[in-house]
Write a protein that binds this ligand. Sequence first.
Ligand code: ADP
Length: 450
Amino acid sequence: MNNTKKILIANRGVIAIRALRAAKELGYQVASVYSTADKNLKHLKLSDEAICIGPPDSKDSYLNEAAIISAAELANVDGIYPGYGFLSENAEFAEKCKNSGFKFIGPSHEIISLMGDKIQAKNLMRQLGVPVVPGYEGPVESKEQIEDEVKKVGLPVIIKAAAGGGGRGMRIVRELSELWDAIEDAKSEANAAFGSDLVFIERYLEKPRHVEIQVFGDGRGNAVHLFSRDCSLQRKYQKVIEEAPAINIPDEKINEIYQISVNACCELNYEGAGTLEFLYENGEFFFIEMNTRIQVEHTVTEMITGVDLVQAQLELAMNDVYNFDQSKIKINGHAMQCRINAEDPNSFVPSPGRIMQIHRPGGYHVRFESQIYSGYDVPAYYDSLIAEIIVKDLNRDRVLNKMKMALDETVIEGIKTNVDLHRRLVTNDDFREYRHYIKFLEEKMVNDDE
Ligand code: ADP
């Protein structure tokens, strides 16, 4: 009897090769999809099948639901792996997969839809006992009414899109006189980016850290946490360096938030990998959103726990295997990830083009997740993430030294990358001494007036 599972990887780049490796290690068969701009991606050559799903523009390829479902039919797969970005948090697509007879490797479309609306997510989490950022989530009726609401919340506030993602559609308001214009701006940006102009208001925290909790549920009321990550090194609300675990938080406080996060997942019958994102300021946690997918930074959690999260996702979805026991999940050491982007390190403008030469870092507990090779052309159409360097060591100081070494070893010629910026970050005294916060990079490290 042949019981081999077959999946379709509905993504590209770093997460596509990550998923291919995980699936192959489990003995699965893999079909992959690609756009005409991506035919040289390494993982395609290592897949059992590679199916072209359209032209370069994502909306015609990686966001083209019908083309992906057709590829799944053609390849006769059991499940579809969405990765992150693209269709990974698209509830409609998850439902289409299911209705077409394919397992969407992720939570149910109902949960994705719920968490995709940040207003609903906040209300639900509040009911489940999760501390959320204070704010106003009701309707915007008039200038006077909304000014009253903001006075209750207290300035400064941040206007956010209910359907938001990728740091877009957010506006900080420091004076009541700026409020109405900021709401109008946020609404039109949200409408253009997400097709919904629903916005809400939150207290703006000035110097928080971004601390998130990795969870994993079996879909039947059991769930565990895999500790925390700190993703406070950001630019334009996008993570640049991530680490695990988040340090300098009292045990009692972090244990409480682990428990609250797990309870919420149990209540929701959450299935698969997910992340509850919090801001942490003055010793308090405030929930901002839940990501119902694997995240770019899942790797640092894998390094400290020894758990392969992508394999866990695949095995739960494909073979109904859930092997987690909270008492057996332990933290071992400290891990950090630098996101290597094809971009100008000063202007942050994307830098596509041919990689003429690449030298990867190596050594004990040094991991390089990437598809790039000498002669590979980085296409101009997609996110500029081209590689992740992940290291683990006994403690954060050692990790910083090891990351510096790994960055020094890394050579990528032909395109511009942010490797040098990372070198400056990991040797920066404030970062080394853990004095950073979410605006640190923008305020202290780069002259960024884009
Ligand atoms: P997105 O879904 O677009 O990534 P998030 O709600 O996850 O948006 O927020 C992204 C980042 O924006 C956070 O990591 C943080 O840096 C910043 N942010 C969000 N909400 C607040 C807030 N209330 N106060 C201060 N910063 C915030």
